[in-house]
Ligand binder design. Structure first.
Ligand SMILES: [Mg+2]
Length: 119
């Protein structure tokens, strides 16, 4: 293989890598959209209190870090299952809940601490 052929091959490999990366990105976005729709159908109510809404996002992020810890320190993994699959699932759920948080941004209300004061 001469230098020109090597350069052409390297360019083809770069294009293939870009196409593969784009395909992975597209599949991830589709999975996030599906998770978002599934969550909105299963749990149609979303908190008007942003602290509780952020808590839902954080709960999923917590599951993501647990899956990542189980993957990294596999000898200490007390959970069953494929850690790569768990990280994928929890990352999708985290982004879907962050999207839900953003979609509801205009509905969050400020809480007056005097509202529930009975004294
Ligand atoms: Mg989860």
């Amino acid at each position: 293989m001469n230098a020109t052929q090597q350069m052409a091959r390297a360019e083809r490999m770069d294009r293939m890598s870009e196409i593969r990366d784009r395909a992975i990105e597209t599949l991830a976005l589709i999975a996030i959209e599906e998770e978002y729709e599934k969550a909105c159908t299963k749990y149609p109510l979303w908190p008007e209190d942003p602290v509780h809404a952020a808590g839902i996002v954080t709960e999923e992020a917590g599951e993501l870090i647990q899956a990542a810890l189980d993957h990294t320190y596999h000898d200490l993994n007390h959970h069953d299952g494929d850690t790569l699959k768990r990280m994928e699932k929890e990352a999708i759920q985290t982004v879907a809940m962050a999207l839900r948080f953003l979609v509801n941004l205009s509905k969050y209300r400020k809480f007056d601490k005097r509202e529930n004061n009975n004294g």
